[in-house]
Design a protein. Structure first.
Length: 94
């Protein structure tokens, strides 16, 4: 059974999530497009991201959808994205 998504009032803004990821690793769960629930530990902190994988420009430019967040998956060691509207749990910084 898929967990309910966060109440819209409880869903953090993109600015909050990106800001916390720039300062460290955050933990959250979201529903993938195929309906699976996925947990991720993610960051935007350059000291955690593999130096060969640093992006020349921001992975989250203002032109991106306000619902879309691009981040570094600490456990998988690669760039991933998710939509804030699919969050089922957000634990913030670890």
């Amino acid at each position: 059974m898929i967990e309910e998504k966060l109440n819209l009032a409880n869903t953090p803004t993109k600015e909050v999530v990106v800001g916390q990821m720039k300062r460290g690793v955050v933990n959250f769960k979201f529903e993938k497009k195929n309906g699976e629930l996925r947990e991720m530990n993610a960051t935007l902190q350059n000291t955690v991201i593999d130096p060969k994988e640093h992006k020349e420009t921001s992975p989250n430019p203002p032109t991106n959808s306000p619902d879309l967040v691009v981040c570094w998956d600490v456990d998988a060691g690669g760039w991933r994205s998710f939509k804030l509207s699919t969050l089922t749990e957000y634990n913030g910084a670890l």
